[in-house]
Design a protein around this ligand. Sequence first.
Ligand code: HEC
Length: 119
Amino acid sequence: MKVIKLAAVALTLVLAACAQEQDSTTAANEVASRDLQPADAQLAEIYNRSCRSCHTVAATGSPLTGDTAAWQPRMGKGMNTLLDSVVNGFGGMPPFGLCMDCGAEEFEALILFMAGEQK
Ligand code: HEC
């Protein structure tokens, strides 16, 4: 009985440590995402008034800017699907990602930038 209890305590500690590590990774990714800006000034302006407000805040559930691991499965859907997601809205993301005057070209550049595939 005592052994089982000890094992349960050990397991709880391991799980707690894992959860904490997950949290600190997310927090570090969040801090890192805030320093990233598209090199192009016009794209940066669009990014700052739209995508950035959510894609640098982990609590929104969005893939964070520069978090390549989070973007990998998204990029795997293909650019056309991702553009559809932005235009129509997807999960917690409103249609056009709050950039009403953006076209496909801008959305594609913003996605590549956030996914860490273009700076
Ligand atoms: C109001 C918050 C918000 C804003 C603003 C926003 N997004 Fe998002 N975005 C999200 C959330 C939340 C998700 C994850 C949705 C999910 O997986 O359920 C997401 C996911 C995405 C995805 C992945 C879609 C998929 O099919 O997996 C792309 C691409 C994307 N956003 C691009 C953009 C771009 C480009 C902008 C700026 C023009 C933008 N987002 C602005 C919240 C936002």
